[in-house]
Design a protein around this ligand. Structure first.
Ligand SMILES: Cc1cc2nc3c(=O)[nH]c(=O)nc-3n(C[C@H](O)[C@H](O)[C@H](O)COP(=O)(O)O)c2cc1C
Length: 192
């Protein structure tokens, strides 16, 4: 059964402007190919449809993912040119996978893009599973879905996730969790 890997995708538009977005492609084999499913409209969807290449990154830190979701990532993290595709590789990642989009199915709002890995690289070993970071991933995904969820469900999800963050995270994880909580609270109760 193929699985989903949550990570970061860099893509470029026709003018070469870089976009960085959290994405969870379905991974086939040992990263031989991916099925990316960017929603329409999104910068990732339009960039990958136009230029047909990008880079998927496996990361073990969640701060960039969370800051993108919060809209507070003011400058892009450092990057280097990709090796095979005319794209960009994050300097801080565990592994990266340069891909070529081979087909685009845009009939549904959530598009389907089959992509072949054309080059891969490794920068540093994976830190290891950390419950606080996994909890932050879940909280970040909820923060992108506030329009689909009612406040009681969001609030109870955050209550469930909080102990893992408190028990197993560092100060960065605690701070990011609080920022995400403030973000979802404001989205659902603008008067708070
Ligand atoms: C961990 C994580 C995984 C995500 N995976 C996807 C995905 O597979 N497809 C998608 O359309 N959005 C996904 N999102 C939400 C997008 O990152 C979000 O919609 C973003 O605004 C799209 O950015 P863009 O317009 O820069 O492409 C994910 C978010 C998170 C936090």
């Amino acid at each position: 059964m193929p699985m989903i890997a949550e990570g970061l995708v860099t893509s470029v538009d026709a003018e070469g402007r870089i976009n960085l977005a959290p994405m969870g492609p379905i991974v086939f084999g040992d990263f031989e190919s991916l099925l990316l499913r960017p929603f329409q409209p999104s910068a990732t969807f339009s960039n990958l449809s136009q230029t047909r290449h990008g880079v998927f990154h496996v990361v073990d830190q969640v701060d960039v993912i969370v800051r993108i979701v919060l809209g507070t990532l003011t400058t892009l993290p450092e990057m280097e040119p990709a090796h095979v595709v005319p794209g960009h590789v994050l300097k801080d990642c565990c592994r990266w996978f340069e891909f070529q989009v081979e087909s685009v199915d845009a009939t549904e709002a959530r598009s389907q893009m089959a992509a072949r890995i054309v080059h891969r690289g490794e920068r540093r070993p994976f830190f290891g599973f950390n419950r606080a970071r996994h909890a932050l991933l879940e909280a970040a995904i909820i923060a992108t879905r506030t329009h689909l969820m009612e406040w009681p469900d969001i609030s109870s999800a955050f209550q469930f996730l909080e102990p893992a963050v408190k028990k197993t995270g560092g100060q960065t994880e605690l701070d990011l969790f609080q920022l995400l909580y403030n973000f979802v609270q404001k989205r659902k109760n603008p008067d708070v």
